[in-house]
Design a protein around this ligand. Structure first.
Ligand SMILES: [Zn+2]
Length: 59
């Protein structure tokens, strides 16, 4: 699950409990322990790239 903060930047969230607190050391949710899948990470990285591209776009 990908959230967007008020600035429009993507944040990775848990698909199981909906929280945003991931333990990046273990690639798992702090709340419920659900694993972050490679697909979720790929989606997040793509969303982040899109966000940065928008930030850098002129106008
Ligand atoms: Zn969770």
């Amino acid at each position: 699950m990908i959230f967007y903060n008020p600035a429009g930047a993507p944040e990775l969230g848990c698909e199981h409990c909906g929280c945003r607190w991931y333990d990046r050391m273990n690639n798992a949710c702090y709340e419920c322990g659900a694993e972050v899948t490679p697909q979720m990470l790929a989606e997040y990285e793509q969303a982040l790239k899109d966000f940065l591209a928008r930030q850098q776009a002129p106008g």
